[in-house]
Ligand binder design. Structure first.
Ligand SMILES: Cc1ccc(OCc2nc(C(=O)N[C@H]3CCS(=O)(=O)C3)cs2)cc1
Length: 345
């Protein structure tokens, strides 16, 4: 075996024997470094005669290429082995039971808790939950709900508009969950008793308004639904939600395009000592809006106003959650701060 074959055999054996990347680097420097055994051989080519260089050149360059390839392959093998060791060491068996402890337990977000609570209260009164898309057509979010063209709510400063769809239909992020009631009236025959919780979006942002907030609206459609039924349902809801035996409510005349007559509803409370308590006191707190469904809306949904009547209401869930939990600011609801969630969860 010639000296080059001997050297190749020795170097490849050393490369194969390298146990980690540091050992492999030592072999690489010893062979291909400035003073490496292969580098020293390459330096001798310069002093050779052309004939000798012609014969030895390809052999020495071939030796260098083989050693470089062997080192590159070994480097890859060692890296994969190191990754396997790390993956085994860091493996988390997600099927194991959670070690109990306050820091590891997940919690239901206060908004989800409130939605569950509202849903249960209305379910006890015969309501089912209806849901719909967050991205709505302009028609279902505004026109079907009797918003005239040019109504300020349609403006960009209030509503998030999206690019029209392939049919040229204008799309919006829904500004209320009312489109869900429209969809329900279009798809099912009365009597209807639904609540529609969900995310809604408006161009608002301050201590008590966030661009995305949660609403729950309700709708009753029947042949004999009237304001007395509406007041009873809302009163029963308030007593159950605010956990009071009796609650005074105040219906203040208001206006919404989709209801006529319309009212904003306050409930009696006391704010002594900075804490809000319900079912007592001389103060009032607005919590929702309501009204008899406008005949135009019934018609837009394919119902005859001479045959069917209905009433509806809407409330901001984040707002009543703040009241119920006594929170001063809405924004922490959406900052996913675990300390905050642990405190209210
Ligand atoms: C088909 C249909 C017909 C009527 C409807 O009326 C839903 C209603 N909403 C309100 C209302 O005051 N809502 C606001 C309360 C606070 S908020 O979250 O800013 C929205 C009054 S009546 C809905 C759907």
């Amino acid at each position: 075996m010639t000296d080059l074959n001997h050297l190749e055999h020795d170097l490849i054996t050393q490369v194969e024997a390298a146990g980690d990347e540091a050992a492999l680097e030592t072999v690489r420097v010893a062979a291909l470094g400035k003073k490496g055994s292969v580098s020293e051989l390459l330096k001798t080519l310069g002093a050779m005669s052309p004939e000798e260089r012609k014969e030895r050149g390809p052999l020495i360059n071939g030796l260098r290429d083989k050693v470089q390839t062997a080192i590159a392959t070994k480097k890859e093998t060692l890296a994969e082995a190191a990754l396997d060791v790390r993956l085994a060491a860091e493996r988390v068996d997600v099927t194991l039971p959670v070690q109990e402890g306050p820091e590891t337990r997940g919690r239901i977000h206060p908004i989800s808790q409130v939605i569950e609570e509202l849903t249960a209260i209305f379910a006890d009164m015969g309501f089912s939950v209806a849901e719909g898309p967050d991205i709505e057509t302009d028609y279902l979010n505004f026109t079907a709900l009797n918003f005239p063209e040019g109504h300020p709510a349609r403006e960009m400063h209030d509503t998030f508009f999206l690019a029209p769809d392939e049919k040229g239909e204008r799309k919006v992020l829904r500004t209320h969950t009312s489109p869900v009631q429209v969809r329900t009236m279009m798809s099912q025959k009365p009597p209807i008793r639904v609540i529609c919780p969900g995310r809604t979006y408006r161009h608002d942002s301050d201590q008590t308004h966030t661009p995305m907030f949660h609403q729950v609206e309700g709708l009753v459609i029947d042949t004999e639904a009237n304001i007395a039924h509406m007041k009873w349902i809302l009163e029963e809801f308030c007593k159950a939600f605010f956990e009071v035996e009796q609650v005074k409510m105040r219906f203040r005349p208001s206006f919404f395009p989709f209801t006529e007559p319309s009212a904003e509803v306050d409930i009696q409370c006391s704010r002594k000592g900075g804490e809000i308590r319900f079912g007592e006191g001389e103060d009032w707190l607005e919590i929702l809006g309501c009204g008899m469904v406008h005949p135009n809306v019934l018609r837009n949904c394919g119902l005859d106003p001479d045959q069917y009547q209905g009433f509806a209401w809407g409330m901001g869930i984040d707002r009543i959650a703040m009241l119920k939990y006594g929170m001063p600011d809405l924004r922490p609801f959406f900052e996913a701060d675990v300390r905050w969630l642990n405190h209210y969860g």
